[in-house]
Write a protein that binds this ligand. Sequence first.
Ligand code: ZN
Length: 244
Amino acid sequence: MNAENFRTLLEIQSLENLVAKHNKTIASETSRITLIEEERSSKETKECLLKKQLEQCKHTASTAEKKLFDYEKSLEKTNEHALLVTSQGQAQAIQKELLKLGEEKNKLEDEILSFIEQQEQLESEIQACQNYLQGSLETLKEIQEEVDKKIFSEKKSIAGLEKRIKSLDEQAPSALKSLFSEANKNYRYRNPIAFLEKGYCNQCHYAANKIKEKAVDLLTSVETCEGCGRLLAPQTAKAAHLRG
Ligand SMILES: [Zn+2]
């Protein structure tokens, strides 16, 4: 075993970290689309709700209008009766009735007016929703194109990196490969290879004992960190890797 054996793995680790960066870009590009889609979906829900409210409002207004028509008929009839009264008592009763009907008619007219205002308000809100949905659909298409292009190029980069990783993996010494792939199961994209810095794992900061530290440095055996399970590489390998 020598430090060179770790170099291949460290290179794989560097390339894997680059893959992770590209994956992060893909995720952030995808989220641009998701965000617009979520906003659109919530607007669609709002539009649907407003339409229901508008239907309800129209229905209530039409009921009130029918009621108003009935009041107007009653008023007409009462006015006709007023012409036929024969006593003071009857005249008073009819006046009272006319007053009452008149008040209710006014009240109903106010209600209908307010329903009309509500309808106008709802219709303008629905229109705003529809304008938004139409505008954002165009934006979505434009951004989707941009995002697709970006993701395509990111995936191409990833494919290139993975090809290099695969070929390096074939060159990796078998003695280290199984421990590396074991550490990679848990720490892929998060540095499966660690170094001991002054006796501490540089990833999880677990303190290694002196015997392990020596074994790692002198490459007498392949060791993993007891704290995190990462494969421990000697400092010499790190220096060689950094030199490139
Ligand atoms: Zn560790």
